[in-house]
Structure formats: structure tokens, C-alpha cells
Design a protein around this ligand. Structure first.
Ligand code: SAM
Length: 234
């Protein structure tokens, strides 16, 4: 069955969404991963199919009910590590994606409204994961991003493992710049741009050194926090 993801959502039609295309779409067709999008509303117990209610203590918005979410969760045929997509969560990083891609199954709870009753998160040990310091209107796009980051790491998904190993973050640095044909390239303003000579030299040691230097330069300029993180590790 490969890597499996249960999605607890009020919008099951949003899946597989973009994951049904290109690399992840082919991997889905080839059975390297699978998913089941579970409609939380199907587990409501009143005649109005209510999934949310007003927050105790007052305040704006509605909160998703713990009983309905629990019923949806317990219906998963292949339960897995419970994750609630949430802006309060641990930031999603490449190393966390690598860890999640090793699991047999995940259950991703996609919140809506103001979020989810805390008790169901506590009782069922949901870890919270955030895709960044901004607020989305729902967890579904966050789930798709998390899954995309994991799927491309699954065995057999990417043709060339070197691609994954050399990408941004995999060695703690941002990736070096890429160039392809034509060389030189004349832009729309009539200016000519050549590809750096080292890359055309065929000298692999020099090419690797050039790329390493550019990676460091870019990381220093754009994400010095990554270099500090690496210092701490060593
Ligand atoms: N009231 C919540 C707060 O301030 O933390 C935000 C609720 S948000 C409008 C609705 C849902 O979108 C959340 O329950 C969560 O599932 C999802 N969401 C929003 N931002 C997210 C983020 N940065 N990462 C992951 N999920 C997010």
C-alpha cells in the first residue's frame, strides 16, 4: 500500500488536488502512496450535522467539536501518527518531512473556523505542525504542502536520488544557482549573459567547489539563521 495518509477534513474534494499531478500524481498512480479523505461531517450526531459550536469563554468564531472529530478519527482503516495542521505547531522543515516520510501512515486533521477543541488533540496525542508564520483559512492547503514535501522523498518517487540530496536544506544550506542553454543568452533588452566558465569546464572538482561556495554565499546572504543552526549541531 506504500505510504498512507488519512485526511480528516470538511472538504474531502480538495484531495488529492495538486498532488494528483506531475511527480506526486504518477507516484499515486503507481501505488507508492495512498490517501483517504474522510468527511468529518459524516460523523456528526445531530440532525443538522453540526461539526462546530461557539467557544466557551466567548470570542469570535466557531470551534470544531471534539466528539465529531473523534468519531471521524476512529473510522480510519489504517490509523497513523496523528498530526493537527496548526499555526501554533512545530515549523515544518526538511528534516521533519524526512521523518514523516518514514512513517507507514499519517492522519492529518485539517482545521477550519477558529480551530479545534483542545481536548480531542490531547486525548489522541495530536502533534501540531505549522507550515509557516501566517494564518490560512483552513488546514487543507497545509496538509497538501506537508504531503508534497514527504512524497518526493519516498523510495522510487524521484528518478535520481542525487536531486533530493543536493537540494536546498538537505545539507543545511540553500541550493546553488542553475544554468542551462542557450549560452550565451541575449535578453529582451539586447544584453548578453554568459554561463559561469567553471560550469562549462568539465572539471568536476572545480564545479563542486564553485557550487559549494555559491551555496554558502547565498545562505549567508538570505538565511544566516541556517548557518547558525549548523554551528550549534557541530
Ligand atoms: N485561530 C487559529 C489561530 O489563531 O491559531 C487559526 C485558525 S485558522 C483560521 C483555521 C485552520 O487553518 C486551523 O485550524 C489550521 O488547521 C489551519 N491553519 C491555518 N494556518 C496554518 C498554518 N500556518 N499551518 C498549518 N495550518 C494552518
Amino acid at each position: 500500500m506504500g505510504w498512507h495518509v488519512n485526511l480528516l477534513t470538511l472538504f474531502p474534494d480538495m484531495f488529492p488536488g495538486t498532488l494528483g499531478h506531475s511527480i506526486s500524481g504518477r507516484a499515486l498512480e503507481n501505488g507508492l502512496w495512498s490517501h483517504e479523505a474522510i468527511q468529518i461531517r459524516d460523523f456528526a450526531t445531530d440532525k443538522h450535522n453540526t461539526v462546530d459550536d461557539t467557544p466557551f469563554g466567548g470570542g469570535a468564531g466557531m470551534v470544531m467539536r471534539p466528539d465529531v472529530i473523534e468519531n471521524a478519527l476512529l473510522s480510519c482503516k489504517k490509523p497513523g501518527r496523528n498530526i493537527y495542521l496548526s499555526p501554533r505547531g512545530t515549523p515544518l522543515t526538511q528534516s521533519l518531512a524526512e521523518e514523516l516520510a518514514q512513517e507507514d501512515a499519517l492522519t492529518l486533521l485539517c482545521g477550519r473556523y477558529e480551530g479545534v477543541d483542545q481536548r480531542v488533540l490531547d486525548v489522541h496525542n495530536f502533534e501540531e505542525i505549522s507550515i509557516g508564520d501566517y494564518v490560512l483559512s483552513g488546514g487543507e492547503p497545509a496538509a497538501i504542502i506537508l504531503m508534497d514535501a514527504c512524497i518526493r522523498l519516498l523510495d522510487g518517487v524521484m528518478g535520481n536520488n542525487e536531486t533530493v540530496n543536493e537540494e536546498s536544506f538537505s545539507n543545511g544550506l540553500l541550493e546553488y544557482p542553475h544554468y542551462t542553454k542557450p549560452d550565451p543568452w541575449v535578453d529582451a533588452h539586447g544584453n548578453t549573459h554568459a554561463v559561469p566558465e567553471t560550469l562549462k569546464s568539465g572539471h568536476h572538482k572545480n564545479i563542486n567547489a564553485w557550487r559549494q561556495e555559491k551555496s554558502l554565499e547565498l545562505t549567508r546572504k538570505r538565511r544566516p539563521d541556517l548557518l547558525k543552526k549548523n554551528d550549534k549541531k557541530t
